[in-house]
Design a protein around this ligand. Sequence first.
Ligand SMILES: *Cc1c(COP(=O)(O)O)cnc(C)c1O
Length: 381
Amino acid sequence: MNFPLQKFKGLQTPFYYYDTELLDKTLAEIKRLTLPHFHIHYAVKACTNPKVLQHIVQAGLGADCVSGGEIKVCLDAGFPADKIVFAGVGKSDWEIELALNAGIFSFNVESIPELEVINHLAHDHNKVAKVSFRINPDVGAHTHSNITTGLAENKFGIAMNDMEKVIRLSEQMSNVECIGLHFHIGSQILEMDDFVALAHRINELQDNLHRKGITLSHINVGGGLGVDYDNPDLNPIPNFKDYFATFEQHLQLRDGQQLHFELGRSIVAQCGSLISKVLYVKEGAAKKFVILDAGMTDLIRPALYDAFHHIDNLSNQDGKDRYDVVGPICESSDVFARDYQMPITKRGDFIAIRSAGAYGEIMASQYNCRNLPLGYTTEDF
Ligand SMILES: *Cc1c(COP(=O)(O)O)cnc(C)c1O
């Protein structure tokens, strides 16, 4: 990935930089592999930078939203309402009404009380809401416990065993139409076996439903494909080929069934970097600290999930030393990397914290009364 370092020099740091050439290549790879019965929804919670969204809208993807605010952002960005799906365990009445009035493709419903409220509100608005049920498949993904969502102990979804009951219940409701099943087992998943396990669980469930005379038209397998945080330059585009092939090979779709995906991180993570300047290099008793002007308010993943991000010194590639790379926030967890080997680093150097396009800018906060980071793309330079 190339950084327009000279252009960065006049800008206030920290800021996000999105390489939209890489984003377009990533989107082209997805489109190349998209079969006629595939529907790709971008999970917008990963990044809603408007310039990034424009590229994704242009590529023709749909959207996966988890709030009314996200639905508004998507409609404003030009995503067609009939390609929007809406998930989340706690949908407020106004969010449901917004989605009903916009005419979204489907509500991904996570509980019976929610189904009842949707039916009720749809009745008030004289609409029929299309719903899919989010099933908790009790499949554990090999990923950080905070981002595992498909286990029975998680708050997400409806238990496999309650499935038939919920579908029967929806059949009796006048203002909902059940069109599909929805799953999402977690995030940053690199083991294709986890997706194989999901596919097998879906097959099992479909067989059960089939015996009871139930076949739905849409299967949504969620998202969760991971990216290579260790080697962003080696693997700038995630392995979509194996990912899609895994479902092609292991998931038994019924005639005419449509297959939906909700990809977030894998679309935007590698194209984004957090650009920061070194404020100080401080020699502590036991180690050296590189103190950046970016902190956990700009990129919270290391503090929140123990996440690793590769760090480049854009100003100097010579020599090497080991540093703790930290931010300026008054929290001990404001650390990007410990004992990290990088070129000799000094005050004023430009630093790129890589693979930060997903769950980066969107999770920024103003803690310590800091400014939110700005976001630039390749087209801005
Ligand atoms: C977050 C989320 C996604 C996207 O997850 P990624 O790991 O970023 O691909 C997809 N579906 C649902 C329901 C989500 O909550």
